[in-house]
Design a protein around this ligand. Structure first.
Ligand SMILES: Nc1ncnc2c1ncn2[C@@H]1O[C@H](COP(=O)(O)OP(=O)(O)OP(=O)(O)O)[C@@H](O)[C@H]1O
Ligand SMILES: [Mg+2]
Length: 270
């Protein structure tokens, strides 16, 4: 399996005037190995989406480079599957047709691509919904199709930008558990963005906390609450354990510290 290396990456967005330039990321160094579930947390504007967009190849760094294995990331590729906050499914196609779409584009024969898509749909619990149209599905089911679709081309890496943000709390918890099952079964690299500290702690093997202006990784934690869950299958027990609560307080104090600092900057400029 290939690893992802983010080496000394900075991103500066050009503004309309020289003074409007946004230093979105500054000297980011990060290695993601197969089987890592990396979650990024941080105040709004700290560059999380920018970092994911670099990994997806949607944008290029201003300085530094990203390598997937030994290959430089220079654009989107089927080795990286992306799940968006708002599902980006094709509403005029049904569940199966969405899940097999990427393979169809690659010219894979129908029987073969249906077989692969069916396997991915089963992985997200949608084996009985192949014929349903996207608009007939709940938000949670749509996100499941989004996950199945991202798995279509058997990517090395899954990239997810707040994929649960629009879901109700109960559906969100169900999909968190489902994601951990997918992670355990596929052993792919995951890069996941969220604003929920609980979600981050529950899912991650590594948690990176970022701070804005310019976007930097300020804290990194290796954690194992996800493995605890996979061993006991009791999310409530994991999330109410003393270790989990202590870690949540630590992370919250870092993030709220940042947000207060950001407000002070804005107030002094406004
Ligand atoms: N295309 C762009 N052009 C100019 N500035 C941009 C662009 N995209 C993002 N930015 C700026 O770069 C900074 C980082 O943005 P980014 O979207 O990566 O943050 P984020 O951590 O994902 O925030 P959020 O939590 O709100 O999604 C912000 O100040 C944002 O305004
Ligand atoms: Mg974002």
């Amino acid at each position: 399996m290939e690893n992802l290396h983010v080496n000394g990456v900075s991103v500066v967005y050009p503004g309309r005037h020289a003074g409007d330039r946004v230093h979105a990321l500054d000297n980011i160094n990060l290695n993601i190995n197969s089987g890592d579930f990396v979650v990024a947390l941080g105040a709004s504007g700290c560059g999380k989406t920018t970092l994911l967009n670099l990994m997806a190849g949607f944008i290029s760094p201003s300085t530094g480079e990203l390598l997937l294995g030994s290959k430089k990331v220079s654009g989107p590729g089927s080795d990286r599957g992306v799940v968006f906050q708002k599902h980006a499914l094709l509403p005029w196609l049904n569940v199966m047709e969405n899940a097999e779409f990427g393979l169809k584009l690659q010219g894979i024969p129908k029987q073969k691509r249906r077989e692969i898509a069916a396997k991915n749909l089963a992985l997200v619990g949608l084996q009985d919904f192949h014929e349903q149209m996207i608009y007939q599905l709940s938000g949670g089911m749509q996100q499941r199709v989004g996950i199945a679709r991202a798995l279509t081309c058997d990517p090395t890496m899954l990239l997810m930008d707040e994929p649960m943000a629009a879901l109700d709390a109960l559906t969100r918890e169900t999909i968190q558990e489902l994601l951990l099952d997918v992670w355990q079964k596929t052993q792919k690299m995951f890069f996941f963005i969220t604003h929920s500290v609980d979600e981050a702690l529950f899912l991650a093997t590594r948690l990176i906390v970022m701070s804005p202006r310019p976007g930097r990784i300020t804290h990194t934690y290796e954690i194992a609450f996800n493995r605890k869950f996979l061993a006991c299958r009791d999310a409530r027990a994991v999330k109410s354990s003393a270790d989990f609560i202590k870690m949540r307080e630590t992370v919250l104090s870092i993030i709220y510290g940042d947000e207060r600092a950001a407000e002070t900057v804005e107030a002094s400029h406004g």
